[in-house]
Design a binder for this molecule. Structure first.
Ligand code: FAD
Ligand code: KPC
Length: 518
């Protein structure tokens, strides 16, 4: 064990220490405990990811004493290591390559015709770069947030108040389980062949340049996001899914806009299909897969399979040690105060199930902290803005047009670009990072749709495809929850050119007593 409590390492020093541990494994755990503080810990956070780190920070800010234990030598968890950060790197690459392929050979753009971009150096670039965010998390947690922690060694739950880690036992008034979730594996022979990856093993283990064909299994966010990245690199990309792709986006126009453009980039979708076999070569490397499709069985030759078929909770230890109550999929059940079935034991983050998003992990941690510190604080996830990436940034909230029509008599839709019966492709919405598309390839310049209840003039759904969409939706969502109307949106001041928030679109119609669509 290395006691770091009296050191004040720079982020650069943290990066060295973390890097050595990730490369060599087996190095001594890093212990940051204030031996002069004689107070009992208010809570041990088992897991220092988004949920554990934010929970502990909040509890500390409220005057409590948290301890975080994590098997990794860094705080921040899977987001910077395996999940959000690499996904955003790969989605950025996909967006950049869409631009380069679209304007290939024009203006200053190089000729991309027939070019395949290597995946391995991109993954290696991420693998090197992720130490930066890891180091920052440790630096911030120790030097700015005054958090105590034991890192780099797995923890064992002894009872509801006690964990053991790196040969030491720690006791607290409460235990907060924040051990996250992992990718489910396919229950097929061959799922452990070399060349079969999930989001974590892709970034940890890829050590060869994938061949010309990528097979992606799954139709949800991770599957589509990574498939778009593989496609953008110039590989044939086949998406095998039970459901229709993008089913999580609740609006038909938006799904169609995205699917059309993914298909235009050459992506192949096999909805209603299932992977039934993975065949390997004599060296244990995948060489082909078999897929059952609605029109029969097909075989695809590939050395690169990416699976994204859901997440499984890391709840086994809590089940065995505490007999904690879980749902049919093993996710820990909590009430709205993040309390589990075991007194003094809380659970937060991916471990408690959907939505598995950073905001819920971090806020869950914060609500556990508030309750532990004596408040009665209830967290209801409620409506939240959602997003994914294809080659574009895609954001949405509320009801799709179809859902709204079931609920309201007078649904008004404002849309950009408008439906074009004459086939002329117009550019709007246009904004930063979309201007070249707007001028030269208007049908790739983005899409916006606002769904309004015409009677109350309230916004009930919003959809935006295009760069910068996310920024607007974080603020739009709470305003919509409070009853935002088309008139109020029309009163806001846009930073033109910027289509986010739908401000200008609303102002065009807000003057009419009886709203009309466009
Ligand atoms: P984690 O961050 O996984 O933390 C769990 C921690 O527990 C880990 O640090 C682990 O080491 C530790 N642990 C587990 N067992 C033990 C043990 N026995 N002893 C000690 N420590 C232990 N969400 C977004 O909002 N935006 C995105 O763009 C986004 N992209 C994603 C992309 C992918 C590919 C995936 C898979 C997910 C993505 N998510 C995204 C979801 C997001 O990553 C998770 O919701 C979030 O990281 C969950 O945080 P957590 O603290 O619950 O779990
Ligand atoms: C680098 C970065 O901001 C993404 S990782 C966030 C982990 S945490 O702050 O603990 O939620």
């Amino acid at each position: 064990m290395i006691d770091v409590s009296r050191t004040h390492w720079s982020a650069a020093r943290w990066a060295e220490e973390i890097d050595r541990r990730l490369t060599d494994g087996g190095l001594e755990p890093l212990v940051n405990i204030d031996r002069e503080d004689t107070r009992e810990f208010d809570a041990i956070f088992l897991g220092g990811g988004a949920a554990g780190r934010f929970g502990a920070s909040y509890l500390r800010a409220m005057g409590g004493r948290p301890l975080i234990v994590d098997r990794w030598p860094f705080l921040g968890g899977s987001c910077p290591h395996h999940a959000c950060v690499p996904h955003h790197v790969f989605s950025d690459v996909a967006a950049q390559l869409l631009l380069e392929r679209t304007f290939s050979g024009q203006l200053w753009f190089q000729d991309m015709h027939g070019k395949t971009v290597s995946i391995l150096p991109i993954v290696e670039m991420f693998r090197r770069g992720r130490t930066g965010p890891h180091a920052f998390m440790n630096y911030q947690s120790k030097e700015q947030l005054d958090l105590e922690f034991v890192l780099g060694s797995p923890a064992t739950i002894v009872d509801a108040h006690t964990v053991s880690v790196a040969g030491q036992t720690y006791r607290a008034k409460n235990l907060v389980l924040a051990s996250g979730a992992r990718a489910k594996t396919l229950s097929l022979d061959g799922s452990h062949l070399k060349g079969v990856f999930d989001h974590a093993t892709l970034v940890d283990c890829l050590d060869y340049e994938p061949g010309p064909t990528a097979v992606v299994v799954g139709g949800g966010k991770t599957a589509i996001e990574y498939a778009c990245f593989f496609n953008a690199t110039g590989r044939r990309t086949i998406v095998v899914s039970r459901d229709r792709p993008l089913a999580l986006i609740p609006d038909g126009d938006t799904r169609a806009y995205l699917l059309d453009r993914m298909q235009e980039q050459g992506m192949e979708f096999l909805p209603g299909s299932e992977l039934i076999a993975l065949d390997g070569d004599s060296e244990g490397r995948v060489k082909s897969v078999r897929v059952r499709t609605p029109s029969g069985e097909i075989e695809v030759a590939t050395d690169f399979v990416f699976t994204a078929v859901g997440m499984a909770p890391n709840s086994e230890a809590a089940q065995h040690a505490l007999g904690i109550d879980v749902d049919a999929n093993g996710f820990i059940r909590t009430d709205s105060r993040m309390r589990t079935s075991v007194p003094d034991v809380y659970a937060v983050g991916d471990l408690v199930g959907s939505p598995m998003e950073m905001f819920k992990a971090r806020k869950g941690g914060m609500y556990a902290a508030r309750n532990i510190m004596g408040e009665e604080a209830h967290y209801h996830v409620g409506d939240y803005p959602d997003f994914l990436h294809t080659h574009f940034e895609v954001c949405w909230l509320g009801l799709g047009e179809e859902q709204a029509r079931e609920r309201y008599d007078n649904v008004v839709v404002l849309k950009l670009p408008p439906d074009n019966p004459d086939g002329i492709h117009v550019a709007l919405p246009a904004g930063d990072r979309m201007m070249l598309y707007a001028m030269m390839k208007p049908h790739l310049s983005g899409f916006q749709k606002l769904v309004i209840d015409g009677a109350s003039r309230r916004i009930v759904g919003a959809f935006h495809v295009g760069s910068g969409a996310k920024d607007g939706f974080q603020y739009l969502a709470p305003m919509v929850r409070r009853g935002l109307t088309v008139d109020e949106l029309g009163e806001m001041d846009e930073l033109f050119l910027n289509p986010s928030y739908f401000i200008q679109l609303c102002r065009l119609r807000a003057g009419s007593k009886v709203l009309r669509g466009m």
